[in-house]
Design a protein around this ligand. Structure first.
Ligand code: UD1
Ligand code: CA
Length: 416
């Protein structure tokens, strides 16, 4: 099976210069959700139609095994698929078409859709959804229950606008029938565009089988067309992830006030307090306490029974077990051992203006309030730093030392 992702449009309704599909929901571009779901389903031959700011979109696509195809002028979704004609020349199996601005469709829904398409043997199947508010979407027109056409909102009659079954924009086509139908569509509509949706009527009139499967449920049918849609999508994605974590024994005090990206692991017994921001590629152990107001960024691991409290940011760091960083701290590029206490206001100064450097903190260390750890620096086990100490790589410390001052120096244990 081959897939064509439509990602050439500007996204005028976003009111920004950034291509719509590159707008991020919880740190990941909308297009990334589509591509990750395709990978989950196991689709390997993927083409993406790019156009508006194609360079930017192509740059993002480098992370994926996707071939970009250029649509120099954006003349509509039908025209976008025509661009893929040469690339799909040898295609035998069905061609999946997916607009790059539909990030919420789940892999399991797609699999169900693919199975139904195969079983019914139609030449074109549409994944539809029954929407509470169908406004703005193409409507699935049925006659006596039989799917006959897709009508765009702008071109629909009053009566058609009452239809609540909408087109997700995701289709499975027999390639031959698809390109034959695309050769016959026109642009005689309100937008003056070549609509992919018009292929349905063409195919039906020519005696091909067309079907619509209303398998997209709940929020899956949401497209990102405006900033408001993007905000709703982010919220839905986060809540989906939170629900999965809750099923595995994680407590969320206020799910709607917490943001968790996909690709996060959290152990059972951990409590996530409100107003936390947890990025992808984060692993949090069990029985931890997080937040309120904690920011845990990509590439971070946190051990069991650790507490990351209010206004603490942890970035690309590994934090051990039973660590306590309760208030106002920044840990960036840090490797923190077990049983460490990070005092209020302590920060790792990890950036020298050019490069990021690592801070190592040994087991049992007590970092005093307002300590600055100027990276690269390594704090041996059980060291204590005084309030306001500025610890640099020049600070000579051995296990159990107490260091104070600016720059920090060891205090004789005898003098206390
Ligand atoms: C489209 C469908 C509509 C459906 C909705 C659901 C058509 C005519 N309408 O409407 O029935 O309910 O999606 O998501 O297809 N694009 C290109 N090149 C173009 C035009 C668009 O690549 O020339 C891309 C856009 O970047 C976008 C996708 O195709 O990712 C869909 O285009 P968009 O303008 O958002 O279509 P809708 O109006 O949402
Ligand atoms: Ca859209």
């Amino acid at each position: 099976m081959e897939a064509v992702i439509l990602a050439a449009g500007k996204g005028t309704r976003m009111r920004t210069e950034l291509p719509k599909v590159l707008h991020a929901a919880l740190g990941k571009p909308v297009l990334g959700y589509v591509l990750d779901t395709l990978a989950e389903v196991g689709v390997k031959r993927i083409f993406a139609v790019v156009g508006y700011k194609a360079g930017l979109v192509k740059c993002f696509l480098k992370k994926y095994n996707v071939r970009p195809l250029l649509q120099s002028e954006q003349k509509g979704t039908g025209h976008a698929v025509i661009v893929a004609k040469a690339a799909l020349k040898g295609a035998k199996g069905p061609v999946l078409v997916w607009p790059g601005d539909m990030p919420l469709v789940k892999a399991e829904t797609l699999k169900k859709f693919m199975a139904a398409h195969e079983k019914c043997g139609s030449h074109a199947s549409v994944l539809s959804a029954v929407a509470g508010c169908p406004k703005g979407y193409g409507r699935i027109v049925r006659e006596g229950g039989k799917f006959t056409a897709i009508r765009e909102e702008l071109d629909a009659t009053e009566e058609e606008r009452l239809i609540s079954e909408i087109n997700t924009g995701i289709y499975l086509f027999d390639p031959k029938a698809l390109f034959k139908a695309l050769g016959k569509i026109g642009s005689d509509n309100k937008k003056g565009e070549y609509y992919l949706t018009d292929t349905i009527e063409v195919l039906r009139e020519e005696g091909y089988g067309v079907e619509a499967f209303p398998f997209a449920c709940g929020d899956e049918g949401l497209g990102v067309n405006s900033q408001k849609d993007l905000a709703v999508a982010s919220e839905k994605i986060s809540l989906r992830e939170i629900e999965k974590h809750m099923e595995r024994g994680v407590t969320f005090v206020a799910p709607a006030q917490t943001f968790v990206a996909p690709g996060v692991r959290i152990g059972a017994g951990t409590v996530i307090n409100p107003w936390c921001w947890i990025e992808t590629d984060v692993a949090i152990g069990g029985n931890c306490k997080i937040g309120p107001f904690a920011k845990i960024r990509a590439g971070t691991t946190i051990g069991n029974m650790t507490e990351i409290g209010s206004f603490v940011e942890v970035n690309r760091s590994s934090v051990g077990k039973r660590v306590c960083a309760k208030h106002l701290a920044y840990l960036g590029d840090a490797v923190v051992g077990d049983d460490v206490n990070i005092g209020a206001g302590a920060v790792t100064a990890n950036f020298d203006g050019k490069n990021k450097h690592v801070t190592k903190v040994g087991n049992g260390v007590l970092i005093g309030s307002n300590t600055v750890l100027v990276a690269p620096v390594s704090v041996p086990p059980r060291v204590k730093t005084g309030a306001g100490a500025v610890v640099t790589r020049k600070t000579r410390m051995k296990k159990g030392d107490v260091v104070v001052g600016v720059p920090a120096r060891p205090v004789s244990q005898k003098r206390g």
